[in-house]
Design a protein around this ligand. Structure first.
Ligand code: FMN
Length: 181
């Protein structure tokens, strides 16, 4: 199963246009997909308490990540980094959820040549949880998304589709060859 994560805290954030596009592309490629839109989740700010471990939302989130064989994570660029919502969601997870699993990353940016810093920030954090982050990545500018939350630029959607296909290839390879450690 591939877990697709829409990392915007905004219900109608443009990030969702890309994450939902990725989820349907992966399904069309034959993958089993779970889609989590963080704007629809109620994860509290991580505080490390035992009480949080018993919250249904936290249990469900950790279980989904644990079952995933790969991740496609889309973040908005907020002040040169990933969204706080996404960082908080990742703080609930760790190496046990990500080790030996590939991640593909994409960002939504304002269009002033942003997005790269958010991707580098996300890449660094994913390295911290031991995910194998694919070298390729995509920045989508907000003017490439319409009001119906669809990608309007066919070259960009093609790049997103290629990255999704590469993720599926890598997750299939890794899942079929479970490492010894
Ligand atoms: C708090 C905030 C900070 C932002 N900072 C940046 C930035 O540093 N660089 C950039 O290219 N765009 C920036 N943007 C623009 C967003 O990346 C853009 O609007 C994107 O569509 C946001 O995704 P969302 O619609 O899912 O929230 C910022 C937007 C917000 C709300």
């Amino acid at each position: 199963m591939i877990l697709v994560i829409g990392g915007s805290p905004r219900q109608l954030g443009r990030t969702q246009a890309v994450s939902s596009h990725v989820a349907s592309t992966l399904s069309q490629l034959g993958a089993k997909v779970e889609y989590v839109n963080l704007a629809s989740m109620t994860l509290p700010i991580y505080d490390g308490s035992l009480e949080q471990n018993e919250l249904l939302e936290v249990i469900r989130w950790r279980a989904l990540a644990g079952q995933a064989e790969g991740f496609f994570i889309v973040t908005p660029d907020y002040h040169n980094g990933m969204s706080g919502a996404l960082k908080n969601a990742l703080d609930y997870l760790g190496g046990s959820h990500f080790r030996h699993k590939p991640s593909a990353i994409a960002a939504l940016a304002g269009g002033g040549k942003g997005g790269i810093n958010a991707l580098n920030n996300l890449r660094l954090v994913l390295r911290g949880v031991y995910s194998l982050v694919l070298p390729d990545q995509v920045v989508v500018d907000k003017h490439q998304i319409n009001d119906q939350l669809q990608i309007t630029d066919s070259a960009i959607s093609q790049r997103v589709n290629s990255l999704a296909a590469e993720l599926l290839t890598m997750s299939d390879l890794l899942a079929a060859n479970r490492p010894h450690t």
